[in-house]
Design a protein around this ligand. Structure first.
Ligand code: FES
Length: 120
């Protein structure tokens, strides 16, 4: 028997499933306006500090294999260093060609000086 779940239904349940929050960095490691890549459980995560607010997303561009953490950050928008697609780090939405797929983002929590991200 094959069970098919629509992406909308999957996304609905994914956002409502309990998540494990894991430590990814400490606040002092990342100054405002800076980004860095963190390797975590086989994933490459982009962590960005935008005016003291932290954002986490996949570090690999959805177009080709470029590390977004080596790109450019302006407000909550990251620009790919290879072909220039821009992504909104809050929503993951792709803003420019040539990338067509949105970026996966992760919820971020602070626990004292620790930065935690939610993984499902
Ligand atoms: S690799 Fe990022 S836009 Fe091409």
């Amino acid at each position: 028997m094959k069970i098919t779940v629509s992406y909308g239904l999957y996304a609905y349940f994914r956002t409502r499933m309990p998540q494990d929050f894991v430590k990814i960095a400490r606040r002092g490691e990342l100054l405002p306006g800076k980004m860095k890549r963190v390797d975590l459980d086989g994933r490459r995560i982009l962590l960005a500090n935008v005016d003291g607010k932290f954002y986490a997303a996949d570090d690999t561009c959805t177009h080709e294999d470029a590390s977004l953490s080596t790109g450019f950050l302006k407000d909550d928008i990251v620009k790919c260093p290879l072909h220039g697609s821009r992504f909104n780090l809050c929503s993951g939405q792709v803003l420019d060609d040539p990338a067509e797929e949105n970026l996966r983002t992760y919820p971020v929590r602070l626990d004292g000086d620790d930065i935690l991200i939610g993984l499902t």
